[in-house]
Write a protein that binds this ligand. Structure first.
Ligand code: MD3
Ligand code: FE
Length: 237
């Protein structure tokens, strides 16, 4: 690979030290954590993150990002998305759904990279294989409002989230919108597993701390500061 990845590695390791000093505090394990929400800080080492990014770059070449819109209003999301795996999550004026084809190219989604399957096997317990990986691209100003993930037919499998790039302020509550929320900082390389009672918890991304990571996401998507991958089981079984 030559000198470039090595430089990226060093820069990233440096940025990571800065992040640990300013925003690495995490809440005491609380309501959701005792009920199926598990945070694995630094699950992926900087080198693993760079290698995983090369898999994501290949997915994005085959399945370019698209801007989903809100079902009723047609308002665009601030987050751009794409998918890999047999099914992908899409949203447009017709609604939210999983489908086998990219909404613009009409092509099947690219296969789930082996490295993502390995992460799922390491943290998802006995759940069946994942069928979808939703890839969210955040700019410095993108957010994701509080919502539940309930477009899947099977809630027995967890959702596995992998964060890359800038740190994000994330909240998880309970099954009711008004339930108390726990806040976390999701850093590059962190894995979050949402299973059990946490599977239907309200959650969202409040803000991106721009410039906290030196991971080279711009090479994948213009203006991208953070990438989140969510691995999901969609159909029962
Ligand atoms: C808690 N993504 O794609 S990942 C989403 O960082 C989504 O892009 C956020 O929410 C992101 O739907 C958060 C962490 C996450 C994912 C799924 C969950 C938390 C969850 C499902 C249930 C409860
Ligand atoms: Fe979600």
């Amino acid at each position: 690979m030559g000198p470039q990845p090595a430089a990226a590695y060093v820069l990233h390791a440096f940025a990571r030290t800065a992040v640990s000093q300013v925003s690495r505090d995490q809440p005491t394990p609380g309501f959701t954590q005792n009920r199926g929400a598990r945070h694995y800080p630094d699950f992926l080492k900087p080198k693993d993150q760079i290698v995983l990014l090369s898999d994501i770059a290949a997915v994005v070449r085959a399945a370019p990002s698209f801007q989903p819109t809100m079902p009723r209003t047609g308002k665009p999301f601030s987050v751009a998305m794409t998918n890999c795996g047999p099914l992908g999550w899409v949203s447009d004026t017709k609604g939210y759904r999983y489908q086998a084809q990219h909404p613009r190219t009409g092509q099947p989604w690219p296969a789930l990279p082996k490295r993502l399957m390995d992460i799922w096997r390491a943290v998802a317990g006995s759940a069946s294989e994942p069928e979808a990986c939703l890839i969210n691209f955040y700019s410095a100003t993108a957010k994701m409002g509080s919502h539940q993930d309930r477009d899947e037919a099977d809630f027995s499998a967890p959702v596995v989230s992998i964060s890359l790039g800038d740190t994000a302020k994330f909240h998880v509550g309970g099954p009711k919108r008004t339930d108390p929320k726990t806040r976390y900082e999701l850093c590059s390389g962190d894995v979050f597993v949402l299973g059990g009672e946490a599977r239907l918890a309200f959650h969202g991304i409040d803000r991106i701390h721009a410039g906290t990571s030196a991971l080279a996401l711009e090479e994948i998507e213009l203006g991208c500061r953070r990438i989140n991958l969510t691995l999901r089981r969609v159909t029962a079984g």
